[in-house]
Design a protein around this ligand. Structure first.
Ligand code: F6R
Length: 262
C-alpha cells in the first residue's frame, strides 16, 4: 500500500484526476471500477473537465460501478445511476453501453448478481478500481460482518450507513435499506485500486483499516492484502494514520506537509 497525503480536498482530487488521465491514456482499452458518494465528486468534475479539454478520452473505456440501491427507481435523483450520469457519464465521451451498474430492482436478484460478476469477467476484469471508505469501514456496500463476501450480492445496509446516506434524502423513511454491491472478492481481483477519503470524521477508520488487523468487521482492512493499492487522503483523514506510519517509506506527504505536526 502507498499512502499519499494532501493539504486538502482539491489537491487530493487533482492528484487522483492526473493519475486517471495517465492511466487511461497509457492503455488502448481500459476497464474502470467506479464509486459514488461525496468523496469522488470533485475528482469526477476535474476528470470531466480534462476530457472537455481533450486531455483524456473515454471512448475506449468500459466502467463497472460498485453498487446501487435496491427499491428506488434508476430514474430517481438519488440512484447511483443518476449520480454517475450527473457527475461523469453525461459529461465525457464514453460510448452508451460502455458503463454498467448492478441492477438493484431485478426481478431475479440472484441472476442479476451472477450476471454482473460475469459481465466483469467477460470484460477482462477491472484494471483500476476506485473506492471510498464508509465510516464503518465498508467498501462498496460490504458492511462489517463475520466473513468477507466474495461475489456481487444483495445486502441489508448497516444502520450507520442508512444514517450516513440520509443526508441525500428528504426523510429517513426515503433512505433505501438494501443495496446490491460487488463483493470483496470482486474488488480484490482488480489489478490496481485507488482509495480516497477526506475529513476528520474518517481519521479513526482510516487508521483502523490500514494499520489494524485484517478482519471482516472492518471490510476495508482486506485491502492490506492487495499488492497494488494507492490510498489518497487529505490531511484531516490522515490525522491518525500519519503518526502511526511516521518514517514508513510508503508514506508520501504532498503540498509542503512535511513540516506539519500530525
Ligand atoms: C459508493 C460506495 C460507498 C462509499 C462510502 C463513502 O459507491 O460504494 O462505499 O464510497 O460510503 O461515501 P462518502 O464518499 O459519501 O463518504
Amino acid at each position: 500500500m502507498i499512502f499519499a497525503v494532501f493539504d486538502g480536498y482539491d489537491s487530493m482530487s487533482q492528484y487522483a484526476c492526473d493519475h486517471y488521465v495517465d492511466f487511461i491514456s497509457s492503455r488502448e482499452l481500459c476497464v474502470l471500477g467506479l464509486a459514488t458518494g461525496s468523496t469522488p465528486e470533485l475528482f469526477y468534475e476535474k476528470l470531466a473537465d480534462s476530457c472537455k479539454r481533450g486531455e483524456v478520452s473515454f471512448k475506449d473505456v468500459e466502467t463497472f460501478n460498485l453498487d446501487e440501491y435496491c427499491g428506488i427507481d434508476a430514474s430517481n435523483d438519488q440512484s447511483y445511476l443518476s449520480f454517475m450520469k450527473r457527475h461523469l457519464f453525461d459529461k465525457v465521451d464514453i460510448p452508451k453501453g460502455a458503463w454498467h451498474l448492478p441492477d438493484g430492482n431485478a426481478s431475479d436478484p440472484k441472476a442479476a448478481c451472477h450476471g454482473y460478476d460475469e459481465a466483469i469477467f467477460d470484460a477482462g476484469g477491472i484494471d483500476l478500481q476506485l473506492l471510498g471508505l464508509g465510516n464503518n469501514g465498508h467498501i462498496g456496500f460490504n458492511e462489517p460482518s463475520d466473513s468477507f463476501p466474495v461475489g456481487t450480492h444483495i445486502v441489508d445496509l448497516d444502520s450507520s450507513t442508512i444514517e450516513a446516506n440520509s443526508r441525500f434524502f428528504e426523510s429517513m423513511d426515503d433512505v433505501p435499506k438494501r443495496a446490491i454491491t460487488m463483493g470483496i472478492g470482486t474488488i480484490m481481483c482488480a489489478q490496481s485500486i485507488v482509495v480516497m477519503a477526506t475529513g476528520r470524521g474518517k481519521a479513526g477508520i482510516v487508521k483502523r483499516a490500514f494499520t489494524g488487523k485484517v478482519v471482516p468487521q472492518v471490510p476495508a482492512s482486506v485491502l492490506q492484502l492487495h499488492r497494488d493499492v494507492l490510498v489518497l487522503l487529505d490531511k484531516d483523514a490522515a490525522a491518525e494514520l500519519v503518526p502511526a506510519l511516521k518514517g514508513d517509506a510508503r508514506l508520501f506527504l504532498y503540498d509542503d506537509l512535511s513540516d506539519t505536526d500530525f
